[in-house]
Write a protein that binds this ligand. Sequence first.
Ligand code: M6R
Length: 360
Amino acid sequence: ERGGYDHYMLKEINEQPEALERTINGRITDDGRVALADFPPGTFDEVSEVHFLSCGTSHHASMYAQQLLRDRGVPAYAFTAGEYATTPAPVSEDTLVIAVTQSGETADTLASLRSANERGARTLTVTNVVGSTAAREADEALFIRAGPEIGVAATKTFTSQVAALLLVVERLTVDITGTPSEDSEAVLTALRELPDAVDRLIGSSIASSLAPRYAGSEQHFFIGRGVAYPVACEGALKLKEISYEQAEGFSAGELKHGPLALVTPETPIVAVFTGKHDTKTLNNVEEVRSRGASVIGVAPESADHVAAAVDEFLPIPDTNPDVAGVLANVQLQLVSYHVANVLNRSIDKPRNLAKSVTVE
Ligand code: M6R
């Protein structure tokens, strides 16, 4: 049933190329435009601001989309659903509230979605499960079509969420600002090529040989900027969730405002690069290396300036920077998986956690 893999998590990591194929199938035209059957051009003309509601890994996918929308001039805010349910942000009928939830059953996300519905916002869910509560209760639904995910750790649903959200981002940008984003064509082309790129990455990753050297470190920090920031947070969440190692993700700029005090030679730092904002993140790499920490750089394979500045280099296939974060995430999934495997953890069912969290 695990198709020859030791764990569902590894099976699901390997299923990402096909899952991504399904996510984008029929949703990008040959001439590089978004084609979402239920959301034709003009669907979001009236929207003035976007709120994302979600938890855990889904929150990181939402943060990813938030960064992209802001880059494109669209006001966007990713909230953790548990907080939004108690302290909701003001909405109007022009606010599009997007509940991002793999299961469609997460109690915090449903509570915050209900609050948005009651207060008159327009609501949309981006979910994996047709017929889920979120799909029934939101005004509209977009399905990510990742296929069933058994491992408690979200992997293929994260990549499919980000891919689906990239399509939503491009549609929103045209509808709200009146023009496609500058890079729209390049981003959509990169998205079409993403399944192949993920396949190549998985086939060539050296994460399994790196893992034994870093498993059991005192703590692990993950840093990044722009879309690499949510990817860093997701890398840390995945590592703590399945390996029980101490791990935190920070925006690279925040490091020097406190966390740097914890950095020692026993703190491996994973720095995520996409080809945008690299120079600034390299400055942060210098800050930690001068404290004796080892840096693992995850970056596009042609980024020689990164390779030269880090202790270990984990390359990802070259692609558009807005899409590169997805590939960096796959590399980090593999790092977490192999660290947890070295430590002999219960990878598919980590202690204390449930696949779907149905209490607030
Ligand atoms: O089903 P959802 O996407 O709403 O789930 C949200 C979180 O509980 C979930 O992503 C959790 O953080 C994962 N187990 C992380 O791998």
